[in-house]
Design a protein around this ligand. Structure first.
Ligand code: MG
Length: 370
């Protein structure tokens, strides 16, 4: 048995739900409530907290499945083990259970929080250290009526958001109308991106995107099916706008395939999708070497995962695209990161400089479970 300075004593889970301010719709469905699994890792008198918010149509993982993966597979594998860091835990987790990135991400985030707490340092210090005092965030608007979306986009651009991201993929003609309406309503300096969530067909994507190119769309996110890397590479060559891979990159192996295929200008890294901060750092490093920019994205998620993503965005040199870290702003009574909610109104989030993820999580959990 190897030596290690950290012994995991216990891992426990809590389910926390919060209603959306407005129902959130993407091409795979609409939700009224954001539900997350909070994971607490205890080692001696130290605690770390992680979060996994399953978006089932997107990753194929359910709340019950993530809970089962944590409680019945990953917890028995990790408890009593001596660890030297979060990367060390991934070796054990991958041996115990294939896939299940959300469950592994929740534990990975908790371990980073715990180790940073032990060190008295912010989590970003474990990720190479923050190169930014604040992180630009995009305002993300789900599917809906074009007039309502334009009004919401203009209101947030007025508040200071420099990047508006909208959802599409169900109806290319409607998406083109939306892009044209947004470009007309927003100042030229505001970047617009559209996330098609794999919704376009290879045969029709070029003709519609060429029109969006002329209308002033800056970025198209995941226009084609996640496995169609050749199609994405062809679009990249034909279009002026940048092409982003999101669903195409769910692991370090996917990232390598995208890089080898020249399929993206930008990779969207979501901590939960790729299995945690450790994996996210590996993907960001591969992208940096290949000259690919990073967007730190998110599922709709509460403050714990959002804070983890904020530490990652602040410490990833090539994370030059506005991050999608607005989960806490999308729900009522966000319990874990109330400061983020008030800071995020103007399109920027401050890099946390306090130990761990950066807020009083234990206090929050007590309040949430009351
Ligand atoms: Mg996306």
């Amino acid at each position: 048995m190897k030596s290690g300075w950290l012994m995991v004593d216990s891992i426990s889970t809590f389910v926390v739900s919060r209603p959306y301010v407005r129902p959130f719709g993407i091409s795979s469905g609409t939700s009224d409530v954001l539900t997350s699994l909070i994971v607490e890792v205890v080692a001696g008198d130290r605690t770390g907290i992680g979060e996994a918010a399953p978006m089932t149509a997107y990753t194929g993982e359910t709340l019950d499945g993530v809970k089962c993966a944590v409680e019945d597979y990953l917890t028995p594998a990790l408890v009593g083990q001596k660890l030297n860091g979060a990367g060390d835990a991934h070796v054990i987790m991958d041996k115990a259970l294939r896939g299940q990135h959300l469950a592994k991400a929740a534990i990975d985030i908790a371990l980073h929080d715990l180790i940073a707490n032990v060190s008295g340092l912010p989590v970003h210090a474990l990720l190479g250290g923050a190169g930014r005092d604040s992180v630009a965030i995009a305002w993300v608007i789900g599917l809906g009526d074009i007039d309502d979306i334009v009004k919401e986009a203009v209101a947030h651009a007025d508040q200071g958001f420099g990047h508006i991201k909208v959802k599409g993929g169900e109806d290319p003609a409607r998406d083109l109308s939306l892009v044209c309406a947004l470009r007309e309503a927003l100042p030229e300096t505001i970047e617009i991106s559209l996330d098609a969530n794999e919704g376009y067909s290879r045969s029709s994507a070029f003709s519609i995107l060429e029109k969006m190119d002329r209308a002033g769309l800056s970025v198209i996110e995941q226009p084609l099916a996640r496995w169609d890397l050749r199609g994405m590479a062809e679009l990249r060559q034909q279009l002026r706008m940048q092409v982003m891979a999101d669903e195409s990159v769910q692991s370090i192996h996917d990232a390598l395939a995208v890089i080898r295929s020249d399929a993206a200008d930008i990779i969207n890294i979501k901590i939960l999708k790729v299995g945690g901060l450790h994996r996210a750092r590996q993907i960001a490093g591969m992208a940096e070497a290949a000259g690919i920019a990073i967007k730190i994205g998110s599922m709709p998620e509460l403050g714990v995962a959002t804070l983890a993503a904020l530490h990652l965005a602040a410490s990833t040199p090539n994370a030059s695209v506005a991050a999608d870290l607005i989960g806490p702003l999308m729900v009522k009574d966000e319990p874990f990161a109330p400061d983020l909610v008030s800071d995020g109104r103007h399109g920027w989030l401050r890099t946390p400089m306090t130990p761990g993820l950066g807020h009083q999580l234990m206090h929050s959990i007590g309040k949430v479970l009351e």
